[in-house]
Write a protein that binds this ligand. Structure first.
Ligand SMILES: C[S@@+](CC[C@H](N)C(=O)[O-])C[C@H]1O[C@@H](n2cnc3c(N)ncnc32)[C@H](O)[C@@H]1O
Length: 431
């Protein structure tokens, strides 16, 4: 854990110390096979683990410390004191304990104490080049940022995605109608995290309408647009046109230095505009190194809404009820940003320890089916967490529906020794 930087803020709440200790307590529970909630388990890469996620994270640490590439979680909302409902441990250990309240509202403490040890363990499971994605609404986003800053270090905040989850206006709000939610992203170590990328949209691909012997490309002006706060003198110089005339820089500076221009001469294109003046472009290739160009994701996401999530879940689970299941497309798109590590042929492990109805499992299964990738899901969901409903059963229903659909849908074949269309279920039990 990173101590707050000098002068930096630090989140405190009653019970914090006790909650932190929960992360390091030994775990004696056992995981037992549940064959009737598995599909061809002997061949399965994917895992569904049923039970309390704190204990299961402790067990996972024994086998998967520094092994997980991506963690996506969607923790329960902060419902104040009712939170301790989710956490048999805090109740058993008497947390939240008394102590000076460092600024949080009284009711936030159980939620913070609930998440804190789980986030500590989550970090320990991540590979050095791994990342954590956390869904959260605007009522808790500030607390979560502080908590994650503390556990991961503020320098490892990758970014925060604003998800436009609703496109219609809701009722019952007098001032501001919430249409957005957040996905906060932290790296275990930001310098080790490889760049994220996503496919170009069809409209963007259509912009590459020029072509030469090397394939499709589009022109990008070499003159930099926008305003310069401090133009760099080495980026301002005349360029020689094909007819020998000199082209002065038409804006505050070029994008390339003289040296780069010399080295990448064959990427330049000189075109006369309507007034007969030379314009210098660079050619941006659609297939820069043989594979389709991708782009860096932006912090605004609006490809799907909560109602898509509900519709999808109802269709897959024949009308079962669950409040606001995440659309699997949201998670699929986020997972698609993360490249496979170059240094290993092993499966990329994707963990969700607040699995709910298992949209993360669906996202992994579908991504693998569409790109032949070797991603392995580990999802964790308690069977008893919410009243009488066995939420894990809803997750199994979703996974099994997705498996039957994928079996019928043509896809990219699985790599050798990896069978995407089966999974094994384990349940936590006491020795
Ligand atoms: C907000 S929901 C996740 C919903 C999920 N993303 C979906 O779209 O279906 C949080 C889930 O965490 C589960 N949960 C809460 N506390 C838990 C615990 N201690 N162990 C395991 N699961 C827990 C709840 O049952 C609930 O299903």
């Amino acid at each position: 854990m990173t101590p707050p930087a000098e002068g930096g803020a630090c989140l405190n709440w009653p019970g914090k110390r006790e909650a932190g200790i929960l992360a390091v307590q030994p775990e004696t529970g056992l995981l037992q096979d549940v064959p009737d909630r598995s599909v061809r388990p002997s061949r399965a890469s994917h895992l569904f683990i049923e039970g309390d996620n704190l204990r299961i994270l402790r067990l996972l640490k024994k086998e998967y410390a520094r092994a997980v590439q991506v963690i996506y979680i969607d923790p329960p909302y902060n419902t104040g004191a009712a939170m301790s409902y989710f956490d048999r441990f805090s109740r058993r250990t008497g947390s939240p304990a008394s102590g000076p309240d460092g600024g949080t509202r009284k009711d936030d403490s159980p939620w913070l104490s609930f998440l804190y040890p789980r986030l500590i363990l989550a970090r320990e499971l991540l590979r050095d080049d791994g990342a954590l994605f956390v869904s959260i609404d605007d009522r808790a986003v500030h607390h979560l940022r502080y908590l994650l800053d503390e556990v991961f270090g503020p320098e490892n905040h990758v970014g925060t995605v604003v998800w436009r989850k609703k496109v219609v206006r809701g009722r019952g709000h007098r001032h501001i109608i919430p249409q957005t939610e957040y996905v906060i992203v932290y790296a275990r170590s930001l310098p080790s995290l490889p760049p994220f990328s996503e496919p170009l949209s069809p409209e963007m691909i259509a912009e590459y309408r020029l072509a030469d012997g090397e394939g499709p490309y589009k022109r990008i002006p070499l003159a930099k647009t926008g305003t310069a706060h401090s133009p760099r003198p080495n980026l301002v110089y005349p360029i020689e046109a094909p007819d020998g005339t000199l082209i002065p820089c038409p804006t505050h500076q070029w994008r390339w230095s003289r040296k780069t221009l010399q080295a990448r001469k064959n990427e330049l294109e000189f075109v006369r505009n309507r007034q007969g003046k030379w314009v210098v472009y660079t050619r941006q290739r659609l297939y820069p190194s043989g594979t389709l160009r991708r782009k860096t994701p932006v912090s605004l996401y609006d490809s799907v809404s909560t109602s898509d999530g509900t519709r999808e879940f109802r269709a897959l689970c024949q009308g079962a009820l669950f409040d606001f299941p995440k659309p699997s497309r949201l998670i699929r798109d986020l997972l698609g940003w993360v490249p496979f590590p170059a240094d290993t042929e092993e499966s990329m492990i994707v963990l969700d320890f607040f699995a709910g109805t298992c949209p993360t499992a669906q996202a992994v299964l579908e991504l693998n089916h569409s790109d032949g990738g070797r991603r392995k899901f580990i999802v964790v969901q308690d069977t008893r967490a919410e009243g009488q409903t066995d939420i894990a059963a809803l997750g199994h229903r979703r996974i099994q529906s997705v498996l039957s659909a994928l079996e019928k849908r043509p896809g990219v074949p699985d790599p050798d020794d990896f069978d995407n269309l089966c999974y094994r279920t384990l349940r936590l039990s006491d020795p």
